[in-house]
Design a binder for this molecule. Sequence first.
Ligand code: AP5
Length: 191
Amino acid sequence: MLNIVIFGPPGSGKGTQSENLIKKYNLEHISTGDLLRHEIQTNTQLGALAKQHMDKGELVPDEVIIGMIDSFLDKNAGKVTGVIFDGFPRTVAQAEALKNLLAEYKSGVSVMLNLEVPDAELLTRLIERGKTSGRSDDNEETIKKRIEVYNAQTRPVIDFYKKEGKLANIKGVGAIDAIFAEICKAVDAVK
Ligand code: AP5
């Protein structure tokens, strides 16, 4: 399986570039943020718990997220050519869990694409998106908190994949197509 982790701070382009990757490489896509928003929209218990954290820009507890990935792999592993993990892992504990879960299927992460975008650009993009997205976390105060949480809790995941020899740093500023071309080079190198 070609397993791609698309990684970066809020607003770095994970969702945008995932769409391009799905089309080009025919991969299954899992976005933990999208799954959680679906749980909220359908008024589930999990959604109610997730909302408490997401509206404050905080992370949803690891065990909830890891459970979601476990059941996703249960349904898909072995049946698909590969997976794009978007917005996951977001803590070192999640990265370790993903390694163990994929090992059960004699698989592993092929590459971690780390989209690098300065904080000021993230803020500009997400405030702009917030005008139409309807996302309750796309307001200036919560965006700033999400970036702070990324720097404190999520950034260490970069070192985890560096040690695993899976890290590909991608400059995430500029034309979407030009960024995607760099992404393709990194993916093609591990295919
Ligand atoms: P999640 O849904 O994953 O959101 P996020 O990481 O904050 O990322 P975004 O969706 O905001 O941005 P993106 O990087 O996908 O960028 P996009 O392509 O949309 O998570 C939301 C919340 O859920 C978290 O805060 C947390 O509470 C919870 N959660 C989710 N996963 C979790 C986990 N694993 N563990 C714990 N909690 C979890 O682009 C952004 C904007 O920029 C768009 O408008 C786009 O058009 C634009 N854009 C993209 N590329 C460019 C470019 N090159 N130039 C200019 N504009 C661009």
